[in-house]
Design a protein around this ligand. Structure first.
Ligand SMILES: C[S@@+](CC[C@H](N)C(=O)[O-])C[C@H]1O[C@@H](n2cnc3c(N)ncnc32)[C@H](O)[C@@H]1O
Length: 287
């Protein structure tokens, strides 16, 4: 087994490694990534290559464009799952949705607006669409809603809009949902047209300083924003920029959902965790 250099050894050479990556990749903003994440990713890559000396890896990254691209690809983590955090989805279904529906009835302001802000291959916004359709059916409530789903990665968005998933990627789904919302095709499954049409996908960079929310949503004003398993890859400065944007895109009293490992970032930023020990936050009603 290859044992790559320690965290500290790679850490010392990190600025040099990043220098060569930045020279060759103008599209990916490496400077914004979290340092620990960068070091661990380089460590994994060196282990996979059987590379024992950080100077050798530095040489490789300086000269070899393919290695540069492979490392960048490893840093663009696009993994997702349907109903990835089941507790979050259960809380949305049993507590937040009834609240939002009640609020809508009081104010009669039309649709409930959702944004999945780093949707990867679509499993997160499609999970939400299934949940909303099931809710509508069981409660017989009129539930006008719109789901906008965005990501920076076009390749993942293409997969998302195709609505095609391998059997393995459906692990978290109940048999009832699988039968109701998926159709077997080419060794995998296609999501039904009803769910596919419920989500509006587009490309959007959360670090774009000129726009608060995806242009297709026209005016933002979301009741609920999902930004799960993205903050963890960025450094404190970039996390703050992203959280500022998401906060602006929410209506007062709107909900922000993150991954469980990201709760402390959001608390530090000043959001209130609406239900203890969840990754569900609420924007203050008055700002
Ligand atoms: C690990 S995936 C999370 C997918 C999904 N939210 C989940 O929790 O299962 C992280 C996603 O963030 C996207 N991403 C990274 N930086 C981004 C940025 N600046 N703007 C928009 N999306 C970004 C990546 O392309 C990737 O699809």
């Amino acid at each position: 087994m290859t044992i790559p250099p320690s965290f500290d050894v790679i850490g010392k050479k990190l600025p040099d490694i990043l220098h060569f990556i930045s020279l060759k990749n103008t599209e990916t903003n490496i400077a914004g990534f979290d340092e620990k994440f960068l070091i661990v990713t380089i460590q994994k890559r060196m282990a996979a290559l059987g590379c024992l000396k950080v100077d050798n890896y530095l040489g490789l990254i300086a000269e070899n464009q393919e290695e540069n691209a492979s490392l960048i690809k490893l840093m663009q983590v696009g993994y997702s799952e349907f109903f990835r955090n089941p507790f979050t989805f259960a809380t949305i279904e049993t507590i937040l949705l009834p609240r939002l529906v009640k609020q809508r009835k009081k104010t009669s302001t039309g649709e409930i607006r959702f944004w999945s802000a780093a949707c990867a291959n679509g499993q997160e916004p499609y999970s939400l669409a299934m949940l909303l359709e099931d809710y509508r059916e069981t409660t017989k409530q009129l539930l006008p809603y719109r789901i906008f789903a965005t990501d920076i990665n076009m390749e993942l968005l293409d997969q998302a809009t195709s609505g095609y998933y391998s059997e393995k990627s459906l692990d978290n789904l109940t048999l009832r949902r699988l039968k109701k919302w998926f159709v077997p095709a080419n060794g995998g499954y296609n999501i039904t047209e009803e769910i596919r049409r419920a989500v509006d996908f587009s490309v959007f960079d959360l670090l774009n300083e000129n726009m608060i929310s995806p242009p297709v949503s026209i005016f933002g004003n979301f009741d609920m924003v999902f930004c799960c398993n993205l903050l963890i890859y960025y450094n404190a400065d970039y996390r703050r920029k992203i959280l500022e944007k998401l906060s602006k895109s929410l209506i007062p009293g709107g909900y922000l959902i993150t991954g469980p490992a990201e709760r402390h970032f959001v608390k530090e930023f000043g959001f209130h965790e609406t239900i203890f020990n969840t990754a569900i936050f609420q924007k203050k009603h008055q700002e």
